[in-house]
Design a binder for this molecule. Sequence first.
Ligand code: FAQ
Length: 311
Amino acid sequence: EDEEKLAAFQARIDREEKIEPNDWMPAAYRKTLVRQISQHAHSEVVGMLPEGNWVTRAPSLKRKAILLAKIQDEGGHGLYLYSAAETLGVSREELVDQLLTGKAKYSSIFNYPTLNWADVGAVGWLVDGAAIMNQIPLCRCSFGPYSRAMIRICKEESFHQRQGYDLLVAMMKGTAEQQEMVQDAVNRLWWPALMMFGPSDKDSKHSADSMKWKIKRFTNDELRQKFVDATVPQAKVLGISLPDPDLKLNEETGHWEHGEPDWDEFYNTIKGNGICNKQRMKDRIKAHEDGAWVREAAQAYAAKQAAKKSA
Ligand code: FAQ
């Protein structure tokens, strides 16, 4: 019977039908979605920290307002994504607990520091740029709630990416020192941005299943290549160099060949030993503890409303 159910499930996927929370699904499909969606949610929430670092030091009111709006969007994305994960039968408390106890991963990129103001632009351009490349195909993911959440998230990410590029363009029109700040930020963030797409295909343990289930539509290396192809011309327009001596246009394929990211650094970071892992977790735990009274107040209010209703 299970074989039959599995075959019927795969047939639905192959017909491009969306799988909804109450539909039958294999346990492994549910598990990989909870893992990916919650990791994605955690990334959005932890991703507020590196940029939050610059809110009080933004160089103008306009830049500060843009940065605040972007960070708030990210908090919203986290909430959407936790809700999408909850439709699979896990609770938000459980997921947040996994993050705060170090059991759940979040994107490696957010364990790098944001050292100068140009980092805010480089995060928008490169990190949000990589995020969009990865997330546009997720709008067609087979799981309904995740795919629908991604539509609005991608629209907001696109604003984030453009504000980053705009910030860098403004700095490149400035003094030599400002131009050096942009180059420095890009030098530090380029390779970590490439790592956002995950390990190379030969080492990606979940890709085969996720492709079969149409959670992923492209492999890690395919998306990384699309990102490099889209970004190299933008770097030219900006007037900066990318820190990869192996970057070379292959005239036949039309693709930019690139060097390998440092995978030891990648694995080290996702194991918790990157530059800022400890600081990020400390800050997240403090934010969670400081917010306890808000959760308690909301629960007390909900209990009061429920009591009123049943009275
Ligand atoms: N960092 O077998 P695969 C954002 C883990 S964008 C940490 O290839 P999969 C927006 C992976 O979980 C960032 N861990 O895995 C923003 C697995 O671990 P496990 C968030 C990574 O799932 C911008 C193991 O390695 N975006 O937040 C990473 O098929 C600016 C094996 O890897 C998403 O999460 C990594 N880079 O492919 C916010 C997108 N890569 O659980 C603020 C949704 C891999 O077996 C500011 N996620 N791992 O121990 C995905 O598309 C996929 O999960 C991949 C990984 C592509 C990330």
